[in-house]
Every structure is written in C-alpha cells, then in structure tokens.
Ligand binder design. Structure first.
Ligand SMILES: Cc1cc2nc3c(=O)[nH]c(=O)nc-3n(C[C@H](O)[C@H](O)[C@H](O)COP(=O)(O)OP(=O)(O)OC[C@H]3O[C@@H](n4cnc5c(N)ncnc54)[C@H](O)[C@@H]3O)c2cc1C
Length: 490
C-alpha cells in the first residue's frame, strides 16, 4: 500500500497504532525507518509531563540505537552506575552496571518526558508523524483487518481501515478491552507514595546510587534523577495523601541512610498509587496486537515497564515489515506473543517478588531477610546476575539452555557485532586472507568481526537468527526466510 504523507487522517493504512507513549512512538519510528505505511494516533495534544519512568536500561538503549535515538538520550541524561540495597546505613548489596557486555553499560537517568520528546523528534526526522488529539473510540473486524472509529479534534468521527491494529494505549487500553482480551492479575492493597524532590545541596551524597532501603518501617526507594532532583518512593499506610516536603523528609530519616537525614528543599511533584500486576492473556488476536502497558503492568520499582514496552515495539516492528512486504508468512506474527508473553510474565513475577520482599514489616522477618540478602550478595556472580536482570540484557528467546555456545534466539551484544540499524546483520569471522570490507546485499548487512568463530545471522532486533550459516552473503540472502523464528532451521 503506498504511503501518503498528509496531515489529514488517512482512511486506510497498513498499521494503525493507538497511543504515542514510549511504546507507540518506538514502534512508529521503527516502522517509518523500515518504510512501512502506518498511522499513529494519540488523544493528547502533546507529550505529557509527569513523574513516570526515570531510567532507560541498557537493553532498551541497544534497541533505541538501532532507530537513532540512543546517543541523544545518553547526551540528555545522566549515567547511573550503581544500585544498592541498604538497611539504614548498612549496605546489604551493591551492584554495578560497569562490567555489562554492552555499548551502553549504564542505568541512564532521563525522564520519560525527555525520552518521548526524543522519540517524537526522531519520528519526525524519519518522515513520520503523530496524529494528535485523535482518539480511538472503537473498532470492528473487517477481514482481514479492522475498521476503527477515530474521534478527530473537530469532534467528527472518522473510519480508518487498518490491516493491523496496535494497542499501545496504556494500562486502560481501549484496544485490549474492545478486542475482549482478558488482563488477569491483581491490584496490590499496599499504597505507595512518590515524590520527585530537590534536596539541600550536600545532603544528597549518601543518595548517589539508586537504592532500595529495606526497613521494618516500610519500603523506601531513592534515586537521583537527571536534572538534579531525587525520586523518593515509599510504601505508605492506606489513605495517605501525596507526601509533603516534611513527610518526605520523615520517610528519608526513618527508613533511609540515617546519616543526618537529607533535607527536602522543594517537592517538584508528588502522588500516591497502587501497583497492579497484570499480563494480557494474549498479546495478539488476529490483526490486533498489544504492546507496552496495554500488554503488561507491574510495580515501577526496578525501572522496567517503559523499557519492556520499547522492546515489545522492537520485536514487532521488523516482523510487521517482513509480513507486509511478503518476505515472511503471516505466521511470523504469532512469534510476537510467543516471544514477548513469557518476558512480560517473567517480569511481573520478578517485580512482584521485589515488591513483596521490600514491603515486609515483621521486624524479625525483616532482620532475617536483610541478613540473607547481605550473605547472598557475597556469593560470586550474584550482583552481576542482578545487574544483567535489571538491565534486561538477560532477555532471550532461546529455547535451549545457554551453555556458553550460540543459541538461536539469544541476544547478540552490539559490543561484539555492531548494530546495523534495522537491517538483518551477517557477522563473519575475519578471514586470514582476502577482503574484509563490510557491505550489504539487499536487506542484508554483512561485516567481519574479530574473534568470531562461526558466522552469525542476527535479526533486525538484535537476536540471533542462526549460527554456522554460509559465509557467502548472497547464499544467506537467498535463504533468509528459512532463518525466521519458527522456520525450518530453528
Ligand atoms: C510513578 C511511575 C514510575 C515509573 N517508573 C518507571 C521506570 O523507572 N522505568 C520504567 O521502565 N517504567 C517506569 N514506569 C512505567 C512507565 O511509565 C510505563 O511503563 C510507560 O509509560 C508505558 O508506556 P506505553 O507507551 O506502553 O503507555 P503509556 O505511556 O501509558 O502511553 C499510552 C498512550 O496512549 C494514549 N491513549 C490512550 N488511550 C487512547 C485512545 N483511546 N486513543 C488515542 N490515544 C490513546 C495515551 O494518551 C498515552 O499517551 C513508571 C510508571 C509510573 C506511574
């Protein structure tokens, strides 16, 4: 279908994306880069401010690098290096991102608003756009796609036919509910308070790491933010209101480092919230797909939600392109649910365990928990394992256990094989003689890599499609479709 670049809402499109949060914007940027006809609608008239995601994790940065956004975000943010678990002034565990095998060994502290603004800007540069003040009302099946009813800014309702409909419309997704996709899980009773604050200069040095304070008084999480602020998150009693400066100071003094009690100069924003832990029963239903918070929601502690949505988008973009260009069969799209649903379920289970551990109150149990964490932290590899988990570099679609050799579906570090945008990427061992010039043939980029023992074929989202493939790029290109997930070589 030819792409028509007008600001009027098209009446038909290959892909209709609902919601221009980080997930929808990442998908739109990827589709634009790949030349896929799509329409992105968003009910809000601009990127919304607010205290939401404060970190971009290394794995999300690796994907954002493929769409040309990572370096700008890194320039706009602050590189966080360490995460800690404390009991008052006692350090139970301290981990680092410094040794992670990635070009982005950092917990990038940057606001969600800045992340969305950069995604927006990149989308525009690539030739895409957001149809703002357009709201999805409903949609109905229209084989093989759907026809959506979209409320335009002038109050009129427009019909848009889409071959595929993408719900990137957040936790209360209209797409999900209209598709009748269940969102099982629970809402935690525990109330949390969040305050983004400015601390008195000098009082913040003890709060340089992103730190969980595990105290029998309740949970406290503190983290520096990009613009000299600090985020304070705490479990609070039912009925509590958004914390004031004094209440935030009290939380820091009673549960925090207990070293003079940091002084709060200004509360920038404060709120309370309940955590929901849910994963959509299916991430797709016919022509409808869910990504981001529409597909999964969980505790924000650990900084994972937005990052997971960005990677959902990365998983789906190249698959939509492959199917819409006729390169791959429709069945490739089934692997979106197959690969991302376990990731979402695992994430909800992981953050739920952290939340349960962090909100224990019985003093004796808390003492035992803290001793166990301190002992575990001394075991070799534990803090590195945690860093890989939090950074999301451990996400893999491999079905075989990892034993040190290559596995189809595993992430290939761009520190080993430099990323090639959203192209397929053939990494070849450096020959002892002969040409070693990189190049491309059709949609396949190829490059020679030092230290590689076998040729690797890498998907556009950075996961291994095949290993031990022919060294001739033309031979690989001729059989590219056979290396798709779910294909005969898997
Ligand atoms: C307090 C807090 C702290 C957090 N901290 C972190 C963190 O540190 N790290 C992290 O990774 N995540 C964090 N998160 C989670 C993160 O904010 C979300 O995971 C992220 O916003 C989800 O992105 P999304 O694009 O899926 O959905 P959203 O950001 O919710 O975007 C959905 C978009 O869809 C639009 N929309 C909805 N319905 C319609 C409709 N019918 N028609 C048109 N448009 C529609 C909305 O206006 C919105 O712009 C935090 C969240 C909170 C609340």
């Amino acid at each position: 279908m030819a792409s028509t670049r007008t600001t009027a809402l098209p009446m038909q499109t290959d892909v209709l994306i609902v919601g221009a949060g980080p997930a929808g914007l990442t998908l739109a940027a990827g589709l634009t880069q790949l030349g896929v006809d799509h329409v992105l609608i968003e009910r809000a008239d601009s990127v919304q401010p607010g205290a939401k995601a404060a970190f971009v994790q290394p794995r999300a940065l690796e994907y954002l690098d493929r769409v040309g956004v990572a370096d700008r975000l890194v320039a706009a943010g602050i590189r966080g290096h360490h995460f800690s678990v404390h009991d008052g002034a006692r350090t139970l565990l301290r981990g680092s991102y410094d040794n992670l095998d990635t070009p982005f060994p950092m917990m990038l502290l940057v606001s969600q608003q800045t992340t969305e603004e950069h995604l927006n800007r990149r989308l525009t540069e690539l030739g895409g756009m957001v149809h703002r003040r357009h709201k999805l009302i409903t949609f109905s099946p229209d084989f093989p796609g759907v026809t959506a009813a979209v409320a335009a800014p002038d109050g009129s309702v427009r019909a848009v036919y889409a071959r595929y409909l993408i719900g990137a419309d957040g936790v209360y997704s209209r797409v999900r509910s209209t598709a009748g996709i269940a969102f099982p899980g629970k809402a935690r009773e525990q109330l949390f308070a969040l305050a983004d604050v400015r601390l008195e200069p000098g009082s913040a040095s003890v709060l340089e790491d992103t730190t969980f304070f595990f105290s029998s008084e309740g949970m406290l999480l503190t983290s520096p933010l990009a613009d000299g602020q600090h985020r304070v998150v705490a479990s609070v009693p039912p009925g509590s209101k958004a914390p004031t400066a004094e209440e935030t100071e009290t939380l820091l003094a009673t549960r925090g480092p207990r070293q003079g009690g940091p002084k709060v100069v200004e509360v920038i924003t404060a709120s309370t919230y309940h955590v929901q832990e849910r994963v959509a029963e299916r991430l797709s239903d016919g022509p409808v797909f869910l990504l981001g918070d529409a597909a999964h929601t969980h505790s924000p502690a650990g900084g994972q939600g937005m990052n997971t949505g960005i990677q959902d988008a990365g998983n789906l973009a190249w698959k939509l392109h492959a199917v819409l260009t006729g390169f791959a069969p429709e069945g490739l799209l089934d692997t979106y649910h197959g690969e991302r649903h376990p990731v979402a379920s695992g994430l909800v289970a992981f953050t739920s365990q952290i939340t349960s551990l962090a909100t224990m109150r019985d003093p004796e149990l808390c003492r035992r928990r803290n001793d166990i964490i301190a002992a575990a932290a001394k075991a070799p590899g534990i803090t590195d394992w945690l860093a890989r988990r939090l950074s999301q570099l451990d996400i893999s679609y491999a079905t075989e256990p990892a034993d040190g050799t290559y596995h189809v579906g595993q992430r290939v570090s761009p520190a080993l094989v430099p990323a090639a945008g959203l192209d397929w990427n053939l990494a070849l061992p450096n020959p002892s003689t002969g040409p070693t010039e990189s190049g491309r043939t059709g949609p396949l980029n190829f490059q020679f890599v030092d230290g590689l023992e076998t040729p690797l074929l890498i998907r556009p989202d950075g996961y291994l499609a095949a290993h031990g493939v022919p060294t001739d790029p033309h031979a690989v290109l001729a059989n590219l479709a056979s290396y798709l997930p779910g294909g005969p070589t898997r």
